[in-house]
Design a protein. Structure first.
Length: 600
């Protein structure tokens, strides 16, 4: 049985076994959501033009905000821009807590940073804010923002233990995994150098169950909050990361092997989706490397598997591997030196097999719950050493659940050198297999950490060389997806960016391609407390825009607040412009006597 089929069978078999939650049985094929128009190309119906949006009109941008909220934003963003303060913010918070006591400290936080970036302590208290934003056309993606406050040493210990197998720890197999996909103590604390994203460390299976329960509650709350909600999950919260590392290593090696053969055939440098291998030459390479005998290989490439083209692309190659490789053997890699397929590790222990199974079970439970609640599930992208596996597992869920509309959204990080290949291959696979493509495009949150790790450990930096290169890749990927949306009304994308140019670029292309917001295919996403001057004008003009809305008790979201402060300090190009616009609006209200503006 092939890898993809085996994963799917495993997923469906798992959910027939003892469920992990009390979630009732769910429909696998969700009813089409409001506004979805399956099977109809958007160009087929005449639509009014795409509405114009003015991001410089501060009166409109801040119509939903009272003046004291503008002052708070200004103060918080100004403090975030002070390098001296940022460098010592943890000590300062600690000192403030000691001087003020917990209650006053909480109040101070709620009046400042917490009030700016976090919606409230629990699902009840965040409701007014969600409703308020909705009234101004802005939806919510709920995100329970609690993180365990581990010391760096605890984080490192947990990472080293959970990223290696029992066999590796006994010293029997570590050499087979590439450096990039091994745990390294110096980078064990994955929180270092990360903006935006929350980090999970593996503690136990029970802890993963509790993360799953949290995600389930967010899905339920999103379902209650709107008919068109989103919820976000992270796969590192749902299981032992060792499995993600090993699987990522295998997937990367298979892809590299394809490119190696392509280079042999003089086809280096093409986009993966355009690279076609000559089958006859490929057969020679495979036989020469001893991966299969000539007799075996002839069976592999039939007219049925290849059509009439006589060539094979990366997707054909992967499906070929999938159909040759049993799940128990899927951790095998071609060894370039010996030319043989070798198991990556001799085997998982029984306990590790169970852990891997339970991770897949948890994903399945969440996807079913989302399907039942009519909530779209966005799977966040994480570090490059986990991401190939995260993306592949997400794709398996998409294939199963995105039958009538995109229920599961994958995330593509455009700061990666191979982002365009990743996006185009998934779009192409969705076309071939007939499921609905759904994606969130981001620039990426792990840049500093990824670069430092690549340099220190000694592998190629996976990130684009410059910010400009990242923006070019983002727009290229987005353009490709928008073109797809034009021809396929069942595909959707979320442009998750605070970058005004990127949002403008999207609006411009939507106009050109005739992608009206009423088609409900293009979504925008920003974080709560950031770039309201983008979110609210979009929402008020009728575009589909969502805020990532973190919530949780003050002390437990402090790590998140630290990262918010750091991200606003400079990586975000929009932070300075936001301060200018806030000033402009405050001055306008002062001059026009509307300082006591009541949002209506
Ligand atoms: C709704 C939402 C969901 C998100 N989900 C995810 C997710 O699942 N995974 C994830 O990783 N991130 C995620 N993010 C975070 C996102 O990646 C960051 O917000 C983003 O990096 C900031 O980019 P921007 O387009 O908003 O702003 P900009 O200021 O235009 O871009 C800043 C980004 O550009 C890139 N960059 C900066 N300098 C360089 C350089 N020298 N070379 C190369 N690249 C550079 C970095 O990625 C940096 O973060 C999400 C953000 C939002 C709003």
């Amino acid at each position: 049985m092939g890898l993809r089929r085996a994963l799917r069978v495993q997923l469906s078999a798992l959910c027939r076994r003892a469920p992990l939650s009390t979630a009732p049985a769910a429909r696998e094929q969700p009813a089409a959501g409001p506004g979805t128009e399956p099977g109809r190309g958007p160009a087929e119906t005449a639509r009014p033009p795409v509405p114009a949006v003015d991001f410089g009109n501060t009166q409109e941008a801040y119509r939903s905000r009272r003046s004291w909220e503008l002052v708070r934003s200004l103060l918080v963003l100004r403090l975030c821009a002070s390098p001296a303060l940022l460098a010592r913010h943890e000590q300062l918070l600690h000192l403030a807590r000691r001087l003020l006591g917990q209650r006053l400290f909480n109040t101070l936080m709620k009046m400042t940073f917490y009030g700016q970036f976090v919606a409230g302590e629990d699902q009840e208290s965040i409701r007014p804010l969600i409703q308020h934003n909705r009234a101004f056309g802005v939806g919510s993606i709920l995100d329970y923002g609690v993180e365990e406050d581990l010391t760096p040493e605890e984080a490192e210990r947990s990472e080293m233990e959970s990223c290696s197998s029992a066999l590796e720890r006994d010293g029997h197999g570590i050499s087979k995994r590439e450096k990039q996909f091994q745990a390294h103590r110096a980078f064990g604390d994955r929180r270092d150098g990360v903006t935006s994203a929350r980090t999970y460390f593996y503690a136990s299976e029970a802890k993963c169950d509790s993360h799953m329960e949290t995600f389930l509650r967010c899905i339920e709350a999103s379902g209650r909050a709107s008919e068109d909600g989103f919820s976000a999950i992270k796969l590192t919260a749902l299981g032992r990361p060792q499995f993600l590392l090993q699987f990522s290593d295998v997937l990367t090696k298979w892809r590299r092997f394809f490119h190696h053969v392509a280079a042999e055939q003089g086809k280096a440098g093409l986009a993966a989706v355009d690279t076609k291998l000559e089958v006859a030459a490929l057969q020679e390479s495979v036989v020469k490397m001893g991966i299969a005998s000539r007799a075996e290989i002839e069976d592999w490439f039939t007219a049925e598997t290849l059509g009439v083209s006589g060539t094979l692309d990366l997707l054909d190659w992967c499906s070929l591997i999938n159909s040759r490789t049993e799940l128990s053997r899927h951790l095998v890699v071609p060894n370039m030196q010996t030319g043989r397929l070798e198991p990556l590790l001799s085997r998982f222990t029984e306990e590790e097999e169970r852990q891997m199974t339970r991770m897949l079970q948890r994903m399945d439970v969440l996807a079913k719950k989302a399907s039942q609640a009519g909530v779209r599930l966005m799977v966040d992208a994480e570090q490059t050493y986990f991401q190939p596996a995260i993306s592949r597992l997400t794709l398996e869920m998409q294939c199963r659940f995105n039958v009538e509309r995109p229920l599961i959204f994958n995330t593509f990080q455009c700061y990666l050198r191979d982002a365009y290949d990743n996006v185009t291959l998934d779009v192409e696979l969705a076309r071939r297999e007939g499921w609905c493509f759904g994606a969130k495009l981001v620039r990426g949150a792990y840049m500093a950490q990824e670069r430092a790790r690549a340099l220190e450990v000694g592998y190629e930096d996976p990130i684009n060389p410059t910010y400009e290169a990242t923006s070019i890749v983002y727009h290229r990927c987005l353009d490709y997806v928008l073109e797809e949306l034009k021809h396929n009304a069942r595909a959707a994308v979320m442009v998750a960016s605070h970058n005004e140019d990127t949002v403008r670029f999207t609006l411009h292309r939507m106009e050109e391609l005739g992608l009206h917001p009423a088609n409900r295919q293009v979504y925008f996403g920003q974080l709560l407390g950031m770039c309201d001057q983008i979110s609210f004008p979009l929402g008020q003009a009728g575009f589909l825009v969502y805020k990532y809305v973190p919530y949780g008790p003050v002390m437990e979201v402090l790590p998140y607040l630290s990262r918010r402060a750091l991200e606003n300090s400079g990586v975000m190009k929009g932070a300075q412009r936001e301060r200018q616009l806030l000033w402009q609006e405050l001055k306008r209200r002062l001059c026009t006597g509307s300082l006591f503006h009541q949002p209506a």
